[in-house]
Design a protein around this ligand. Structure first.
Ligand SMILES: Nc1nc2c(ncn2[C@@H]2O[C@H](COP(=O)(O)OP(=O)(O)OP(=O)(O)O)[C@@H](O)[C@H]2O)c(=O)[nH]1
Ligand SMILES: [Mg+2]
Length: 359
């Protein structure tokens, strides 16, 4: 499952955002190292439509796990145990405060989301730099003792990391080859993680939440590689999460918004991480699966079960629109819209896949 950490300076609205994300879709939460963990169902109208068509016993949405990291991420990055929790995440959602409220104390002087983002970025870079320097020291000693191509490769890759970090470039902006990437993956560097910036806007800016990128540009937020920008108004959304669907729609409209933050943020996370969904359908279960764009049919089979991957024969594939238009697999087959694909086939977003497998 995809795991995203909600981080930021203190009192920026992280817990507010966590509650919005989890409560809105019936998420659960439980304490873990003082951080809250909640599982959120990924809303997907296509899956809902497929369920109407197949009337399965169960409908299973894709899920994302959100972790609300308490307090300041700057403190977290500096302390061992918590920094380990950060390192295990797939991506970070950085809540930057763009709302002004005398009643809520600020960690850093005035309201300055750009400045806060730069401060946090620097902290992640310094944390990685410490890891790299320690490892390089160790490697230097070991390489002197015995010649090892593996260690020399690691040394060379970490030198590249070191050079980037020293220039205050986060590692996510460095282009690594597949081999190099294999070397650095184990270090779980913080500045390598994809980052979704979430501006927490004041109530008067709430209507602009859906045009976050524009707002960000005006606020001087630079578009950087493997980052994305979205926005919410914590106060408005927190009220929204308490309402029934009908009341929520009216409430949103009164702020000039069309949808809740949850849907928008999840979409932004998927885009940032290059994720797509495919579906499996049947009378017992209709289910959405999350994969990286570029995943092959064989790899996708492995997401479901190692037995299905091992016994892979063919994948029967149909586009979502084609299945909805024909209404059944039988009719789709008649019209030659159902394709048989092999292991190397690259699965596309929205495709319904049935794996034929042995055993
Ligand atoms: N005016 C206003 N207040 C907000 C908004 N979002 C959150 N707050 C308030 O800001 C305070 C801090 O919010 P939290 O969500 O607890 O912030 P946090 O980042 O989790 O705080 P720590 O975990 O202590 O660092 C609370 O009193 C919230 O009600 C907003 O959009 N507008
Ligand atoms: Mg909190």
């Amino acid at each position: 499952m995809l795991r995203i950490g909600i981080v930021g300076l203190s009192q920026t609205g992280k817990t507010t955002l966590f509650q919005i994300l989890t409560r809105a879709h019936g998420g659960i939460s439980a304490g873990r190292q003082e951080a809250h963990v909640g599982v959120v169902r990924v809303p997907d109208a296509r899956l809902d439509r497929l369920s109407e068509l197949f009337q399965p016993q169960k409908t299973i949405h894709a899920t994302i796990e959100y972790m609300d990291m308490p307090g300041s991420v700057i403190e977290l990055a500096r302390t061992g145990l918590q920094s380990q929790a950060l390192r295990e995440l797939d991506a970070l959602m950085h809540v930057a405060r763009a709302f002004d409220d005398e009643a809520v104390p600020r960690e850093s002087g005035s309201v300055n989301p750009q400045g806060d983002i730069e401060n946090v970025e620097l902290e992640l870079i310094l944390s990685d730099l410490a890891v790299v320097e320690k490892r390089l020291e160790r490697l230097e000693k070991d390489i002197k003792k015995q010649k090892s191509p593996v260690l020399e490769k690691e040394f060379q890759v970490l030198r590249v990391c070191h050079a980037a970090l020293e220039k205050q470039t986060p590692l996510r902006e460095v282009e690594f080859g597949a081999e190099e990437y294999k070397v650095i993956r184990g270090f779980t560097f913080l500045s390598l993680k994809p980052m979704l910036y979430v501006l927490n806007l004041g109530e008067s800016d709430a209507a602009r939440a859906s045009v976050a990128e524009q707002f960000a540009a005006e606020a001087g937020l630079k578009q950087r590689l493997r980052t994305a920008v979205s926005a919410i108004c914590g106060k408005v959304e927190a009220e929204l999460a308490q309402l029934s669907d009908a009341d929520a729609a009216e409430f949103l409209a009164s702020y000039g918004l069309q949808e809740s933050a949850t849907a928008r943020l999840i979409r932004a996370s998927y885009r940032l991480l290059g994720l797509i969904s495919f579906f499996t359908v049947g009378e017992d279960e209709c289910r959405a699966w999350t994969i990286r764009a570029g995943t092959t049919a064989w790899e996708a089979a492995g997401e479901i079960h190692s037995d299905i991957q091992r016994g892979f024969i063919r994948a029967e594939v149909i586009k979502y629109d084609d299945l909805i238009a024909t209404g059944s697999f039988a009719e789709a087959r008649n019209r030659a819209l159902l394709r048989l694909e092999g292991k190397e086939y690259v699965v596309h977003d929205g495709e319904i896949v049935h794996f034929r497998h042995a055993g």
